[in-house]
Design a protein around this ligand. Structure first.
Ligand SMILES: Nc1nc2c(ncn2[C@@H]2O[C@H](COP(=O)(O)OP(=O)(O)O)[C@@H](O)[C@H]2O)c(=O)[nH]1
Ligand SMILES: [Mg+2]
Length: 213
């Protein structure tokens, strides 16, 4: 009996290992509000599965809960990687309801949205600590990358030893600078793109397969 149970246990451990190797990698898309995280998540999902992850918006904090798209299979150079795309709320040091009232919203709705956004930020941080296997860090190339939030998040990602790619988004904008982002995070690979226009998506998928596959 002891021998058979022992055998059973080692077989089930081996099976577990086999399956865990096939499990998709969970890739979190992080970055400040309005960097284009949802636009990117939707483009990846549409390119490889045909449907979207969530609504994109000019209103900051439109994504207030983490959204997931499971089993997105990306095929590159004869290799395929299966990932779960997690689109997170933008991380910021301050969520102010007045940001919302600028968008013609009633105060009550604006206050509710800012409360949800604050909870969403906490949730995104929790996922970063517990639940993701790799990170795509999205930045708006037309904005200054040297912010406390970026430094803090990249620091947390590094301390967890997670593979990370920096995406310099919005390169279609005239005052964008990919180099400014490279200078801010020289220790990481930076990929320029426009999630909105679909520029440089071939390199984006090559890098995703290379880093997270
Ligand atoms: N010009 C330009 N605008 C973009 C690009 N990606 C996203 N946006 C716009 O930036 C705004 C915020 O995008 P969203 O994906 O909601 O940002 P998120 O808050 O990071 O999820 C929207 O108005 C998008 O259309 C891009 O590559 N180029
Ligand atoms: Mg979003």
């Amino acid at each position: 009996m002891g021998l058979i149970n022992g055998l059973r246990q080692s077989i089930s451990r081996a099976t577990e290992r086999l399956f865990s190797e096939e499990e998709p990698k969970r890739i979190g898309i992080y970055g400040p509000p309005n960097a284009g995280k949802t636009t990117l998540a939707n483009r990846i999902a549409r390119d490889w599965t045909g449907d979207a992850v969530g609504p994109e918006s000019q209103i900051p904090h439109e994504t207030r809960r983490a959204r997931r798209k499971e089993d997105v299979e990306i095929e590159r150079n004869g290799k395929s990687v299966t990932i779960d795309i997690v689109d997170t709320p933008g991380v910021t040091t301050k969520v102010d309801y007045e940001e919302f009232t600028e968008f013609d919203m009633e105060k009550e709705d604006a206050v509710r949205r800012s409360r949800e956004a604050t909870e969403g930020v906490a949730e995104a941080m929790h996922w970063l600590r517990e639940d993701v296997d790799g990170v795509i860090y999205v930045l708006d190339s037309a904005e200054d990358p040297f912010t406390q939030v970026n430094t803090m998040l990249i620091g947390i990602i590094e301390s967890r030893d997670l593979p990370v790619l920096i995406f310099a988004n919005k390169i279609d904008l005239e005052d964008s600078s990919e180099q400014r982002i490279r200078n801010a995070f020289p220790q990481h690979e930076t990929v320029p793109l426009s999630a909105l226009e679909g520029d440089n998506m071939d390199e984006v998928y090559d890098k995703i397969a290379e880093y997270f596959g």
